[in-house]
Write a protein that binds this ligand. Structure first.
Ligand code: MSP
Length: 616
């Protein structure tokens, strides 16, 4: 049986750039962390699960600029999207850290001072390449046709004074670390590339910039802001209270695992340990890099219009089905391909037919005939399944863990078929099967918490390891509701997604991703003036909750008097490219209904809401 002991486990996800709404890639790591967190909580470990957002840097500054927002206002608007997504996916973190949190900003400054004091930061001049989309430095030989090797876009050449972190000093220590701890970088097949690159030699890392200001100032030279990755990595320390070297920090550091995508392994397996070595702090136990999801065989990207956001992911089949699919379909570590049809297939055959039917059949029989306790069940012994599942989960082999549980579900289904308790009314057989279902639910609970809870309520057991090791009480059981409704493969989203645009165009529809690009907001009209060059147009001054009001031209003059509009709320498109209308630039558009200028009516929120409120 699984041992309960009082150790700690500290798991982290990368902190995500809040430059858009979260998608399946973000969900993947976050659910993986949640699976581990739930598992170790089950084992009664003292657990800490940290996730959050990476909010500084040039990329965020530029994105906010495009949206005509200050960076902080812009990111503030996206944080609820992340928090809601995690809530919808049933992810239970302990802290959501933002790199704009004041305790984090303070920790970054303290650490910069410490590393500086230790002699690992020096002033210099950086001349080289930088891809803002990656927020990463490149050398000439990394480039492909003068472009960023990842984004394939033109790369910027930087020439500016900068402070450098002595990364090169740590080359040998890092190589020793990888050799002595072959699982430090996991899975092992991902470590060779890193080790070979480190062997080629490490360049000192430019850790400050002077050409923009959206970042944390260096405490020893306020002209410079800290490089976004140096800032971001430190979240793993600040998130658990590094500043006050609190009890919490002492308890949880070092992290047991940093879960990351394969693209950001270098930062975590090379730069991060070097920073920690400079600080003389213990190193994390493991950096685990997972693979990437393609969508129907294609790279997920905004331009292909195939980004799977969280709404879409859940709406396919529900939260537990989505969580199940992501971790059953492909080994954690490898790349995987997401398709709606593959998800529906697993949902129907594995969740509805195998698990769902088993639970419905057994609970129906239990309600009808009752249970009778027997000492131990040799025929449906789940101990091997339990042992193997534990080993797989703790080894990050989530697909194998689920395979193992489902092999046991198959065994239960064969047993019921063989014993036919609906004919024999054998209460002992029903009891054995109910115990099997208990083991299945507890083992599945980290992956599918909602389903496990439903079953536990029905069969009246607790989701705990103690309950995994004991047999069920004989109680009255009620027939379970259907756990998974079968799905039909009807939706359009997945029909050969390589051409969703062609298909959508035919139907004159736009993909959801295009719709969410519209930034619709409530605005308050604070001034109305006649357009000097056009008798149908007004020049409106509109408060959209920003620092400065905007000028927006509207064709409302034939219908509305100035006083009918002044001080009124309206609904505006806030991210329309500015356009000159008869010599005056209009920075947005008011929404109105009607076929012509004199019958038109403006759209308004039903009740008074703050200017700037987003329309969803
Ligand atoms: N802000 C940095 C991380 C700093 S951690 C100290 C960052 N953010 S990100 O938002 O760009 O990406 C976060 C994660 O999403 C990465 O781990 C990346 O691998 C993952 N994914 C992005 N697209 C993905 C897929 N298509 N599939 C799986 N994961 C993907 O990098």
């Amino acid at each position: 049986m699984v041992k309960i002991n009082k150790r700690k486990f500290y798991v982290t996800t990368p902190i995500y750039y809040p430059n858009d709404i979260p998608h399946i890639g973000h969900a993947y790591t976050t659910i993986a962390a949640d699976i581990l967190a739930r598992w170790y909580k089950l084992k009664e470990y003292d657990l800490f699960f940290l996730t959050g957002t990476d909010e500084h840097g040039k990329k965020m500054e530029q994105t906010a600029e495009k949206a005509k927002r200050k960076p902080k206002t812009f990111v503030d608007g996206l944080i609820p999207e992340f928090k809601n997504a995690w809530q919808k996916l049933n992810v239970k973190y302990d802290r959501f850290i933002r790199t704009t949190d004041s305790d984090h900003e303070q920790v970054v400054q303290v650490i910069l001072s410490e590393v500086h004091k230790n002699g690992d930061i020096y002033e210099g001049y950086y001349e080289g390449y930088y891809c803002t989309a990656c927020e990463a430095y490149y050398t000439e030989k990394d480039l492909i046709k003068d472009c960023c090797p990842i984004h394939k876009t033109k790369i910027e050449k930087l020439k500016e004074e900068s402070y450098f972190f002595k990364l090169s000093k740590y080359q040998k220590i890092l190589l020793d670390l990888y050799e002595k701890n072959p699982d430090f970088i996991s899975p092992r097949y991902r470590s060779n590339e890193i080790i070979n690159r480190v062997k080629e030699g490490l360049q000192d890392l430019s850790i400050s910039r002077t050409s923009f200001s959206w970042g944390i100032p260096l405490p020893f030279d306020k002209k410079h802001v800290c490089y976004v990755w140096f800032d971001a990595l430190i979240n793993y320390l600040s998130g658990i209270g590094y500043l006050e070297k609190s009890k919490q920090f002492k308890k949880y550091w070092p992290a047991d695992v940093h879960l990351v995508g394969k693209d950001i392994l270098w930062f975590h397996a090379v730069i991060w340990p070097a920073i920690l070595l400079s600080l003389k702090l213990p190193l994390p136990r493991k950096i685990f890099a997972h693979g990437w999801w393609t969508i129907n065989g294609e790279k997920m990207s905004k331009t292909s219009g195939n980004v799977i956001n969280i709404e879409k992911l859940i709406s396919f089949a529900g939260v537990d089905s989505a969580r199940y699919f992501l971790f059953r379909e492909t080994p954690f570590g490898n790349d995987g391909d997401f398709s709606e049809s593959a998800l529906i297939k697993r949902h129907n055959t594995e969740l509805a037919d195998k698990l769902g039917n088993l639970v419905t059949r057994v609970s129906t029989l239990a309600e009808k005939y009752g249970l009778e306790k027997i000492k131990s069940s040799k025929s449906l012994d789940s101990s091997k399944t339990i042992n193997k599942t534990v080993k797989y989960i703790e080894n990050y082999e989530f697909d194998k863990a689920l395979n193992e549980i489902f092999a046991f579900i198959d065994k239960c289904n064969e047993y019921i078929q063989d014993k036919k308790p609906w004919e024999s009314h054998d209460k002992k057989v029903i009891y054995e099967l109910s115990n099997g279902i208990k083991s299945i639910s507890i083992l599945l609970s980290p992956f599918m918490p909602e389903t496990a809870d439903k079953i536990a309520k029905n069969f009246n057991f607790e989701i705990s390891l103690k309950s995994l090791g004991t047999s069920l009480q004989v109680v009255k059981i009620k027939k379970s509701d259907i756990l998974f409704k079968k799905m039909e493969e009807t939706t359009t989203v997945n029909k050969k997604q390589s051409s969703p645009h062609a298909q959508a165009k035919q139907e004159n529809k736009i993909p959801y991703e295009d719709f969410v690009k519209l930034d619709l907001r409530v605005g308050k009209i604070i001034k109305v003036e006649d357009h000097p060059q056009a008798d149908k147009l007004y020049v409106l001054t509109v408060d959209l909750g920003e620092e400065k009001p905007r000028t927006i031209i509207a064709g409302l003059r034939l219908k509305y008097k100035k006083e009918d509009l002044n001080g009124k709320l309206g609904i505006f498109v806030a991210n329309l490219e500015p356009a000159k209308l008869r010599g005056i630039e209009s920075d947005g558009m008011i929404l109105a209904a009607g076929d012509n200028y004199d019958s038109i009516v403006i759209l308004k929120p039903e009740k008074e809401v703050k200017p700037g409120s987003k329309i969803r």
